[in-house]
Write a protein of this length. Structure first.
Length: 551
């Protein structure tokens, strides 16, 4: 009963007071748009687009967010109210969400013509409705797709349109962020390029002394050198599926501490990746990010370049600066995925010890370290806190003890734990956070045979392994909160230049109102996240900087 009441309250929080809107199907083509209402197709200039929305129609289309942004630009108007009022249904995003919920993929046709083909193959459009480019056929394709996706959602008992509203808001905001861009410090880039090339030459010189050079024959030479080194050092490297000796970083990192060849081998490849993947793209005045709005985890991804996985080296980060007369506000959420985990448990089970501690302002990592090590919090060392951090971020995802040891080693550099200690850590962690026994045990066997996981906000993912099923509900929920906050920041007029999962880089004018705008942005971030985490305290860490630094 408590669980049903909590889920009902969550549904009300998420949806708010929404009116039932009449769906109207839109196509955009240059300076004109056509819309279909009932059985009539009407064509109007885009200048009339805003005026015909006065009847509070729901705008339905396929991949329409960019079209709406283009109309905003051409008409110098603001159409963000359509997203604020939840009046946009983008069938391309909804198709992806349905694919994720039914078969665990993000499959979606790339355009309306391909969509028509898919629907005809599924016998949802009659054979006379061929896949030509006529307006009538395109509108019928959109209408059938709309009905089909809603039927699929009802069939799987989905709610909140699988969070389509959140995703379409994020898509709108991300397209705006892509148009802002980072200003580049060209002098810093040149310095970094010169230093990197010098270091590459130094590492190549060391590798050449062993007889190794990049290019043709390098793999065979690598294996030959490894075999030679075995006569001097104790080396146990795994073999790949193709029978070759592994050269993966995770396998060489320990050896690099005592064997110069492996140290230079890793350093060379790291420097070359820095050069080719990142530095080569910085030869410009402004670098624009690119984003995918939805990946299978529920988060976003970035590409060309990947700003969400950029090197943390401060010398690299110094290449990214605000435009003259501005500062960067770097703001991120504090332990937000654990906050989302706590909210998930509150909603599903009615309580969360983890949530109570977060709301009390406790440092979860220091607190748990004091529990498992039986010592006062003020005596917990940095290394001991790292043990607890590995537990708090590793065990919620369903890691077994052996998996946990690997996770702690390669994520936090913890290599002094044994199996017995790890078992004790997990046992004490489950005692400290009793709700996690329910969270980790619920339907565990079903997930091992691939089943569907869901967030309390309504998104679903089919075909999950056990660890995917345990990570998805809280990681994806946290992503929902950041996406809502991103939309709210952009629609409030903030120049967001980068979005990195739980971190925002915002460009603020360096004037007397900077601190006021800083507090306003932080308030928007907290408010957006509280939409999906109503029972958990949300905190922000922020800093005003002259470059994109890691806080």
């Amino acid at each position: 009963m408590q669980q049903e009441e909590n889920l009902e309250r969550k549904s009300q929080i998420e949806l708010g007071e929404q009116r039932q809107l009449k769906p109207v199907f839109f196509l955009f083509n240059g300076r004109h748009c056509t819309y279909r209402m009932d059985h009539e197709v009407v064509s109007v200039p885009i200048e009339q687009f805003q005026s015909i929305l006065a009847d509070h129609w729901q705008v339905v289309g396929f991949d329409i967010v960019n079209s709406i942004i283009e109309i905003e630009r051409d008409l110098s108007t603001d159409l963000s109210f359509l997203f604020k009022e939840s009046r946009i249904i983008d069938l391309k995003l909804l198709f992806q969400l349905v694919s994720l919920a039914t078969d665990g993929t993000l499959f979606v046709p790339s355009n309306i013509k391909d969509l028509n083909t898919i629907l005809r193959l599924r016998r949802l459009i009659c054979s006379e409705m061929t896949d030509d480019d006529s307006i009538v056929v395109q509108h019928e394709t959109i209408r059938v797709c709309y009905d089909y996706l809603h039927w699929k959602i009802r069939k799987i008992e989905g709610s909140n349109l699988l969070t389509q509203d959140i995703q379409v808001k994020a898509d709108y905001a991300l397209r705006k962020v892509e148009r802002v861009g980072y200003h580049i410090n060209r002098q810093q880039v040149q310095k970094l390029v010169t230093d990197t090339m010098t270091k590459i030459e130094q590492e190549l010189s060391i590798l050449a002394s062993y007889g190794w050079r990049p290019g043709a024959g390098s793999e065979a030479k690598y294996e030959e050198i490894v075999n030679q080194l075995k006569s001097t050092y104790e080396i146990h490297l795994p073999v790949t599926k193709t029978g070759k000796v592994s050269s993966a970083e995770r396998h060489l990192i320990e050896l690099s501490e005592s064997i110069p060849f492996f140290k230079s081998y890793l350093e060379f490849h790291s420097l070359r990746k820095l050069q080719s993947t990142y530095l080569d793209k910085l030869d410009t005045e402004i670098l624009y990010p690119h984003y995918n709005t939805l990946v299978s985890t529920g988060r976003t991804s970035s590409y060309d370049p990947n700003f969400q996985n950029f090197p943390r080296d401060q010398e690299v980060r110094k290449c990214f600066i605000p435009q003259p007369g501005h500062k960067f506000l770097i703001a991120d959420y504090s332990t937000i995925e654990l906050c989302a985990l706590a909210q998930t448990c509150v909603t599903l089970f009615g309580f969360s010890r983890m949530g109570e501690l977060i709301n009390q302002g406790e440092d979860l990592h220091r607190w748990f370290a004091s529990i498992v090590l039986r010592k006062p919090q003020e005596e917990v060392t940095k290394q001991e806190r790292a043990y607890a951090k590995a537990c708090n971020f590793g065990f919620p995802g369903g890691l077994g003890v052996k998996q946990f040891l690997e996770y702690a080693k390669y994520t936090y550099g913890i290599d002094d734990l044994d199996l017995r200690t790890a078992k004790n850590f997990k046992s004490r962690w489950l005692e400290a956070f009793p709700e996690m026994n329910s969270y980790l045990s619920s339907e565990g066997h079903a997930y091992r045979t691939k089943a569907t996981a869901s967030t309390i906000s309504g998104r679903m993912r089919a075909g999950c392994t056990f660890t995917q099923a345990k990570n998805f509900p809280f990681q994806s929920l946290a992503a929902d909160g950041t996406k809502i906050s991103l939309f709210n920041l952009v629609s409030a007029g903030f120049r967001v230049v980068n979005y990195i999962h739980d971190e925002f880089v915002i460009e603020l004018t360096d004037n007397g109102q900077l601190n006021d705008r800083r507090h306003e942005a932080e308030g928007i971030m907290i408010g957006g996240m509280r939409t999906v985490l109503p029972d958990i305290e949300v905190r922000i860490e922020s800093e005003v900087c002259d470059y994109w630094r890691k806080i």
